[in-house]
Design a protein around this ligand. Structure first.
Ligand code: EPU
Length: 342
């Protein structure tokens, strides 16, 4: 094996996934950069193993041990790399903690990432599912990324179009992107910043705080306060954020549901479809605060499933399936999980 690689066998993953599921990996490597990925690719044994690229482990549900090679992305570093078309370009390595990076940009006086404050996970994971919150998605502030192609051994630079961003989706979740391992991400932050207060709850929080012209740091503070109020801190209670995506239905389906459920929360999409609030649907089915074994529905936000202590991944998956069945029966909508099931 390549001298750069320190392979670990039977690695516990409980502290490497925010759901705190006690799974194990048969093989495990910390990856600081492209050199180690090239070494994995060149190794006849390692290159044949099933691979799991792990960032902060905040969007994963282990339903079993992982019988393959975990590549734990650990590259550190962040820097302002230049300016282009009125935007400041800031780059961070994949293993950087996301919120730490957001804070760093705010401390440099740069706005743009403040609405994405306090999202668990790493910089490298942000483009994978185009993380978004409070009216901003990764794609809105994205410039480009560097990925190592495990198939060809080449370094590739992908711009936003190449990443094919969509709601909680990108090329990296599809077969064409499966061989690409994100090494660093560059964001384009506006030199002339304007707050994005389109999300009603955030606008209200700004008014309540008497902030007519908030700074990026002040908006970040408001977002942190909203998240702390509604979402469980993974350091205290195991979870992976929203467990389901907000489902998109046709305009006709939404109209039929509205006739029966006038309070239905829905947001019209540009193409005439309607996005429903999965949290509302689950809440209305009576699941908020309920549990099955050691897996529960968070009492303050029904879209978040939690590990009440010692839950297995299978237990969480059973709770998720029971919720899906109820929502399907009542609303005719199939909720799609947001975390990746292993
Ligand atoms: N609602 C309920 N009951 C609940 C939860 C929500 O009735 O238990 C209703 C709310 O009253 C509101 C609507 O559902 O009318 C939407 O709720 P909320 O504003 O809390 O946002 P969400 O749609 O549940 C999404 C993202 C979150 C993100 C927030 C804020 C998804 C899957 N989730 O949640 O992202 O922080 O908006 O932008 O898109 C994540 O992906 O892990 C995540 C936390």
């Amino acid at each position: 094996m390549h001298p750069e690689l320190t392979l670990v066998h039977d690695q516990p993953l409980v502290s490497l996934n925010t759901f705190r599921i006690p799974a194990r990996a048969r093989h495990y490597l910390r990856i600081a950069g492209a050199g180690e990925l090239a070494a994995v690719r060149a190794d006849p044994q390692l290159s044949r193993l099933p691979r799991l690229v792990l960032g902060g482990g905040s969007n994963l549900l282990f339903t079993r041990d992982f019988d393959g090679l975990v590549l734990h992305m650990a590259g550190q570093g962040r820097e302002i790399v230049g300016e282009q078309d009125g935007k400041v370009l800031v780059r961070a390595q994949a293993g950087e903690n996301w919120h730490g990076f957001v804070r760093y940009t705010l401390e440099q006086g740069l706005g743009g990432l403040e609405n994405l404050s306090l999202i668990p996970g790493t910089v490298g994971a942000a483009p994978i599912q185009n993380v978004g919150a409070y009216g901003t998605e990764t794609k809105d502030v994205f410039h480009s990324l560097t990925a190592y192609d495990m198939a060809s051994g080449e370094l590739r630079t992908l711009d936003g179009a190449a990443c094919r961003f969509a709601y909680r989706d990108s090329i990296f979740k599809h077969p064409e992107g499966r061989e690409l391992v994100v090494l660093d991400v560059t964001f384009a932050l506006p030199a002339a910043w304007q707050p994005n207060l389109r999300y009603a709850e955030l606008a209200q929080a700004a008014r309540d705080a008497g902030l007519a012209h908030p700074s990026p740091r002040e908006v970040g503070g408001l977002v942190e306060a909203i998240r702390r109020r509604k979402l469980p801190d993974p350091a205290e209670i195991g979870n992976a954020g929203s467990f389901f995506k907000n489902p998109v239905v046709t305009g006709e389906h939404c109209a039929r549901l509205l006739a029966q459920f006038p309070n239905l929360v829905h947001h019209a999409q540009p193409d005439g479809s309607e996005k429903l609030a999965a949290g509302w649907l689950i809440d209305q089915c009576g699941w908020k605060g309920r549990s099955m074994g050691a897996a529960g529905v968070y009492p303050k936000q029904a879209l978040v499933l939690v590990n009440l202590g010692g839950a297995s991944g299978a237990e969480v998956a059973r709770l998720a399936a029971a919720i899906q069945a109820d929502v399907q029966a009542r609303y005719g909508v199939l909720l799609e999980p947001e975390p990746v099931f292993i």
